[in-house]
Design a protein around this ligand. Structure first.
Ligand code: ADP
Length: 301
């Protein structure tokens, strides 16, 4: 098959692994810098170009679209979809998962476990918002944050109120969440591919840090997940419409609660923690689901 890998940086571990895994299985894979694709959509035969060449003839596309380029990246992906190229994750699903409020609304509607969460714009009712999630301590999150940046823990009502007001001054959209203390600064990342959890790891925050992000100095190890955690991860990916997803959960007293469903999960942490060939599983998923492109040389009749 011919596979397009949409990425800003083909040298990253995850992308190198996807390239290796595809080539090892006999496929041709091209890394395409998402921001360097240009599209002519104002004609009856829309065309995508890259470095002067026409992009066509791909069977599948693996979108690895960073949060900062979601809008342009999903537009490029959509153009591949229009051409009938099989997307590992569809553009609509990626857009959906990038909107934290929309994701939470969808997940809660399907009865999936979430921390008690309130969201607000503006600050006039800060105390009531804090009460809505059961009082302090609370975790306050900037909606635009990634990798744990803009996630703060407020122990007292005074601290929480000041933070909500400070974010309000900056006109930032925030989430206010109950603090899941019993998770002990650990979270679980399940890698879901094609409706199955194929690998899971537990991440632990660095000393004195309640956030378990690996980018914040956290460490990871393999973990045996419960059947409830497995089904939560699979259902979360399905609700978001993602074939490949990294589902982050905390172990709370009221069962697994979802933190985030990530449409471009990193492979380095999970492959190294578990020794599972996640990249290979993604390529095998493509093999099972993408229909090889038909050439234009079919005979009549
Ligand atoms: P990001 O998307 O920026 O990684 P998250 O919402 O996933 O932000 O939060 C980062 C980390 O902070 C989580 O992985 C978790 O370890 C910790 N954390 C976030 N929310 C809570 C919470 N409500 N209770 C306890 N820990 C939390």
């Amino acid at each position: 098959m011919r596979i397009a890998l949409l990425t800003r940086n083909a040298n990253l571990y995850s992308h190198q692994r996807l390239i290796e895994a595809a080539e090892a299985r006999g496929h041709e894979i091209d890394a395409i810098d998402t921001l360097k694709v240009y599209i002519n959509i104002a004609s009856h035969r829309p065309e995508m170009r890259y470095k002067g060449d026409i992009l066509e003839g791909y069977d599948a596309v693996i979108p690895r679209i960073g949060a900062s380029i979601t809008s342009f990246g999903t537009a490029v992906l959509r153009q591949f979809e229009v051409q009938g190229v099989y997307p590992v994750n569809e553009s609509v699903a990626i857009t959906r998962s990038r909107d934290k409020l929309r994701s939470f609304q969808l997940l809660s509607r399907r009865g999936l476990g979430l921390p008690l969460t309130a969201f607000a714009h503006g600050t006039s009712e800060a105390d009531d918002v804090i009460d809505m999630v059961g009082g302090t301590p609370v975790v306050i999150k900037l909606l635009e944050g990634t990798q744990g940046v803009g996630v703060v823990l407020a122990d007292t009502k005074d601290a929480a109120r000041s933070m909500i007001q400070a974010f309000g001054k900056l006109k930032a959209n925030i989430l206010v969440q109950e603090y899941i203390k019993e998770a002990k600064a650990q979270d679980i990342r399940c890698l879901v591919v094609g409706g199955k959890v194929i690998a899971s790891m537990m991440r632990k925050g660095a000393e004195g840090e309640f956030r378990s992000n690996l980018h914040r100095g956290g460490s990871s190890k393999t973990v045996k997940i419960t059947p409830e955690e497995r089904s939560t991860a699979v259902r979360a990916a399905r609700v978001m419409g993602l074939n490949v997803a990294g589902v982050d959960m905390l172990r709370s007293n009221h069962g697994p609660v979802i933190m985030e469903v990530n449409s471009s999960p990193g492979l380095e942490g999970i492959e190294k923690a578990t020794n599972i060939d996640v990249a290979g599983k993604i390529i095998e998923f493509i093999e099972a689901n993408a229909r090889p492109h038909r050439t234009k040389t079919r005979g009549k009749g």
